[in-house]
Design a protein around this ligand. Structure first.
Ligand SMILES: [Zn+2]
Length: 275
């Protein structure tokens, strides 16, 4: 009996917890909590996650299993409407004994003056998208050896398999090279500004342009979806994941404005007005 309980406790030890410490306009808190719960349920945990070293400021404990990514999130006045929409990224990391570089802490900050003009569906998609960057999508690719800057090709084995099986493509997944710093080298490829269908579709007929982790969130008949490709890319940088199709999709209802650039990293300029 006790042995069984111990075993179960052990198995859940590596489960991923995304802890959001929210400040600012409280009406938006639930958007961040719901995004955290979506990524928690999709990314599940780490393949290894046993911390052997960590950066300054990391909340990870040495010589123990990483379970928690702590994110400081806020929706506060930054510079009035326009200008800076927000910034998001990891702020501290750890290396596990398998050599994966894993985000342990991060920050997400949005300008309340811009946030208020987005629809609920846009906010939901934007926060989900930015949280993926905090967790390593596009931001920890080169350091984990699955992407060479300016190559336009993601070389991780899991994502490559998904690219071929889920989207029926050859070779390795195409990475965005346009859009400038913050967009280039950190997203799946689509036409610039998200203009037009890519013709690259999954088994459900969903076009790549509507995938959550392309460089621009798009208007369309479909809400952004999280592909198996995106989850596979997280497996290539140290996570274990659920199956994308086994989990209810986020972002139901509403459509997204064309050309909403969804960058990564710091001090991203707002590009709503650009086409
Ligand atoms: Zn982005």
């Amino acid at each position: 009996m006790f042995w069984l309980i111990g075993l179960l406790a052990n198995r859940t030890e590596a489960a991923l917890v995304i802890e959001v410490d929210f400040s600012g306009d409280s009406q938006y808190q639930s958007v961040f909590e719901s995004a955290a719960s979506t990524w928690q349920s999709l990314l599940v945990g780490y393949q290894d996650g046993f911390v052997v070293s960590r950066s300054f400021g990391s909340s990870a404990m040495l010589n123990s299993q990483l379970t928690t990514v702590s994110i400081n999130a806020s929706v506060v006045p930054i510079d009035m409407a326009g200008g800076i929409l927000g910034q998001a990224g990891y702020t501290a990391f750890a290396f596990d004994q398998s050599g994966f570089k894993l985000a342990t802490n991060g920050t997400m900050e949005f300008d309340s003056a811009d946030f208020v003009s987005l629809t609920a569906a846009q906010r939901e998609a934007l926060v989900l998208h930015e949280m993926a960057h905090v967790l390593g999508f596009g931001t920890l690719w080169t350091d984990n050896g699955v992407y060479l800057n300016e190559s336009g090709e993601f070389t991780g084995a899991n994502a490559t398999a998904a690219w071929q099986s889920e989207f029926g493509q050859n070779g390795t997944p195409d990475v965005e090279l346009a859009g400038g710093p913050g967009t280039a080298n950190g997203h799946w490829n689509e036409f610039d500004n998200g203009a037009g269908l890519t013709g690259i579709t999954d088994g459900l007929g969903r076009d790549m342009t509507f995938e959550l982790m392309t460089g621009w969130l798009n208007v369309g008949p479909e809400d952004p979806f999280i592909s198996e490709l995106t989850l596979a890319s997280f497996r290539d940088i140290g996570f274990t994941t659920a199956n994308a199709t086994a989990v209810p999709e986020p972002g139901t209802g509403g459509v997204l404005v064309a050309g909403l650039a969804v960058g990564m990293g710091w001090r991203r300029r707002r590009s709503l007005a650009e086409k």
